[in-house]
Every structure is written in C-alpha cells, then in structure tokens.
Design a protein around this ligand. Structure first.
Ligand code: ADP
Ligand code: MG
Length: 491
C-alpha cells in the first residue's frame, strides 16, 4: 500500500536517514524500532508529508507520490499521531478531534451537535470517558494523547502512523488502544507503530523493521524475532553486554520489611534485602508496588508493620527520615517529583545536598562545581554544560542525573521506581551497569519495574505483588517470565 524507496533525509548537512526502503501492507501492524535518534520519527514525518525527502521517493498504492504537505498526505489517506502532542489548548476536545474536517450544516456553518456526536463516537472507539465539550487545556497528558489518537482515527485513513502513542497512557488506556488497532487491522488499515516498550511490540506487530543511526538494519516477521534478537539489532550489541553478570550478594542483612500494611493498597508485605542484593518488586500496574516503596521512603507511611534497617527498627514518616537513615529513592515520575525542569543539570544534581556543600549559609560554589563535574562524568550525563536546563536533556540523561543526585547522599539502600521507563536502550544499558556497580559496592537495591526482561536479568530475588499481597518470592536465576506473570495475574 505504501512504500519508502531509498528515502533519504538530511538536516543541516547531516544525513539522519540513509537511503531507507521499506513497505507497509494493508491490515498489518508494522513496528518501527530503534534507539532514540535512530530516525523513526523522521521516517514517519517524511511518509506523512511533513518533511520533503532529500533523496528517493514514496510510492502510494503503486504510484509515485509527492506529498507537499501533511494535508496532501491526509487527503491521500495517510494520518499521523505525533510523538510531540499538538493540541490546541483553547479549543474543545470535539473541535480538536474534528479540526480540518468539521461537519457542516447545509448553510456551511459548523454543525456543533454533529461535531460533538462525531467526537463522542471516536472517543467511544477508544473506550475513553472524556467529555468532548471540555476545553483541551483542562485535560491530563494521557487524555490529550487519547484525543490525538481519536483525531487520527477520525480521518478514516488507510495508513495510520503512530509515533509512541502509548508513552503517557495507563494500562487500561493502552488495552483500549490495542483493541481499536485490532479493529482497524480487520478493516485493512495499515498501522506503522513505534514504541520503547518491548512487550507492546510482540503483542501488536506483524512485522518489525529496525533502524539504527538512520539506516535500516532489517525487516522481519514478528514471529521470527524475539526480544534479545531485537535488542541486538537495535543497539548492535549482544544482550549479554547489556546486562552485565550478577555478582552474588553478601549474607549481611540490610533491610527487613515485616507485615507492612496500608489498606486498601497493600497488606502483610514482608521481604528482606541483603547488602549487595538487587530485589525487584514485580506485579501489574496497581498491584501496590509504588505504594510499598513509597512507605519505605516515607512518602506515604504504612499504617502498620515494621521496617528494620541495619538491624534497627525505623520510624520513617517522611523522606527526610529515610534519607537520614541512609535510604534514597529515584521516583517513577521524573517530571512531577524528580527534577526541576528550568534549572541546570548541575543544580538539579546538587539540589538535595546543598547543606553538605555549604559553609554555614554560603554555598561553596567550587565544591558544588567539583561535585557536579565528577558526578556528570561518572554517570555519563550528556549535556552541553552543567548549566544546560535539565528539561532539554533526553529522558535517559535526566534519569542518570537523578540517580547521581540520589547517590550524593551516599545511601545504603537505593529504591528505583521504573528507572528505565521511556528511555532508549543505550541509556538503559548504562543504568543497568550502574545498578550492578552499586550492588557490587555493597548497596542494597529495591527495584520496581514493569519490564520483565529487566527484572529477570538484574535482580537476585523477585518479590511478586498481586493486589497488594506478596504472591511469590522467586529466585531470579531459576525463574522465567511465565512464572512471574502467573503470580502477577489476578486469580
Ligand atoms: P527517533 O524518532 O528514532 O528517536 P528522530 O527521527 O527524531 O529519531 O531523529 C533522528 C535524528 O535526526 C536525530 O539525531 C535528531 O537529532 C535529528 N533530527 C530530528 N529532527 C530534526 C530537525 N528538525 N532538525 C535537525 N535534526 C533533527
Ligand atoms: Mg521519535
């Protein structure tokens, strides 16, 4: 249906898409995979008429096509859901969804009732409970993303390019999107899909194409791929190099959690962490993982149970208590709880350690600069300088900066809640190496992660939560994805 023939794209003299040839078929979900910067969005934008190719061309239904604008591509039947959301905040949800294809009455005026009904229908396809009369600006990011998807569905396109559509969505919203994609497939629509989430690829894709550094590494049916092979194609390295070999933990007990309870989120949660041990909390979204680690870090204290650390019972009522005891945490929500977007990378790193870097009321700037520079090197935080606003960095570099900040206080236990969510595989590999380095240095690591390959390869032990209770404690070396999933699923 749609074919890229030797497509090339340059930006400012730099070729970011080397001649790429790939075809997209009706009724197929075609996943485009690759690290950040591999060229996935650029390829999609050329196909959607947003960028003109600097070489090669597009074939549409067997005919040479030359889209001068996204409008041209849309008229031909190609719609795109952009990675960067493009909502118009002062219009309503319905106006955003029908933008450019507003239903009109016989007098040529926009038919408001029909517009609302159409928006309602499209949101219904996504099982979304969003009032179409609301102003776009009042929506959450997840809701805006659902609206973007509804908008693309409404174009009745034959090809829908979806650039990381699930980045901000909850599990339920993702499930609804997948059901909508299945219906589109059945109607013969071609879907081109990018994501950072491995499990999504194998649930959705019929074929997978991999881009690396702007070149096509290969295209294969999903049935002939597996996560290890895919990752190797994406990064050009073997999986064994991504997950360094685990060292056995010491037998010195570091943390003991007994019967931790906070109804209705979780109850009677007990587990231990030795020095040098990585323990993963696995489970589905909503199983209580984040709530349990929040209790250990004092963000949301438990109502009963005991936390013993270095063989002493602790009363942790706030993150200050946790930090003072030697427990640090990097939260799941980088933007909300973690970083201050407008401040420089350096300031973000030293934010919580300013007291240690001060002489009385005065900040010791030289000490701060030295601390920051050594941390940025150690953690391979890539930025133009330590003054560069952290908001400008990639997710992976933001995450490394947050880890650097957490470690400035030299905690003995480090809690990491979804440390690799939404970051590319190269940065993931760096964070994995760091986690293992910390474990080798005798730290305890409590890891919350939804990515099972990560849990299985990094952790020594896996504590599975199901609806707020521990359903299993597994030795990671002798278990597998199936077993973890079986213990995660509601009975
Ligand atoms: P991906 O979607 O796979 O993460 P992109 O297609 O966004 O990758 O980017 C590919 C490369 O092109 C990157 O090196 C990026 O910095 C560069 N790039 C993307 N868009 C532009 C642009 N508008 N101007 C200059 N360079 C760009
Ligand atoms: Mg992209």
């Amino acid at each position: 249906m749609l074919r890229a023939l030797e497509l090339r794209k340059d930006f400012g003299g730099l070729t970011v898409l080397h001649p790429v040839s790939v075809d997209f078929r009706p009724g197929e979900v075609h996943a485009l995979m690759g690290e950040n910067g591999a060229g996935k969005s650029t390829l999609m934008k050329v196909l959607a008429g947003l960028y003109r190719p600097d070489g090669g061309h597009i074939e549409w239904r067997g005919v040479h096509a030359d889209f001068a604008s996204p409008h041209d591509a849309l008229v031909a039947g190609i719609a795109m859901i952009h990675q960067e959301l493009m909502p118009i905040p002062d219009l309503t949800v319905a106006e955003n969804i029908t933008l450019g294809s507003e239903p009109c009455s016989s007098f040529g005026r926009v038919d408001r009732a029909a517009q609302l009904a159409r928006a309602q229908e499209l949101l219904g396809e996504l099982e979304a409970d969003i009032d179409p009369a609301r102003l776009m600006r009042t929506l959450t990011v997840a809701q805006m993303q659902v609206v973007e998807i509804a908008k693309a569905l409404g174009r009745n396109a034959d090809v829908i390019l979806m650039d990381e559509p699930t980045a901000a969505l909850s599990d339920q919203e993702v499930a609804a999107l997948f059901r909508a994609i299945a219906r589109l497939k059945a109607r013969g629509v071609a879907i081109v899909y990018t994501t950072h989430k491995m499990d999504e690829v194998f649930r959705l894709a019929d074929r997978i194409s991999v881009l690396r550094d702007g070149s096509l590494v290969g295209t294969a049916p999903a049935s002939e791929m597996n996560p290890a092979k895919l990752i190797t194609m994406m990064v050009g390295r073997e999986l064994a190099d991504i997950f360094p070999v685990r060292q056995p933990p010491t037998d010195e007990l570091l943390l003991e959690v007994s019967d931790l309870t906070h109804e209705p989120a979780y109850r009677d949660v007990s587990f231990q962490i030795q020095r040098g041990e990585v323990v993963a909390l696995a489970g589905l979204m909503g199983a209580g993982r984040t709530e349990v680690v929040s209790a250990i870090y004092g963000l949301q204290p438990a109502s009963s149970g005991r936390i013993s650390f270095h063989s002493r019972t602790l009363s942790i009522l706030s993150p200050q208590d946790a930090l003072a005891a030697g427990i640090g945490m990097v939260t799941e929500d980088r933007k909300g709880l973690g970083l201050i977007p407008a401040l420089g990378v350096g300031q973000n790193i030293t934010l919580t350690a300013l007291r240690d870097l001060s002489n009385g009321p005065l900040l010791n700037h030289r000490a701060e600069a030295a601390a920051v520079n050594s941390r940025m090197t150690e953690f391979a935080v890539k930025a133009s300088s330590r003054a560069q606003p952290i908001a400008q960095l990639s997710g992976g570099n933001q995450q490394k900066a947050l880890l650097a900040r957490c470690l400035l206080g030299n905690p003995d236990l480090i809690i990491l809640d979804e440390p690799t969510r939404g970051i590319d595989i190269g940065a993931k590999a760096e964070i994995y190496a760091l986690i293992q380095k910390l474990a080798r240095a005798g730290k305890g690591i409590l890891l919350v992660s939804s990515e099972l390959p990560e849990v299985l390869s990094l952790a020594h032990r896996i504590v599975v939560l199901r609806r707020g209770s521990v359903s299993a404690t597994l030795d990671a070396a002798s278990t597998d994805q199936e077993t973890v999933l079986r213990h995660s699923m509601p009975l």
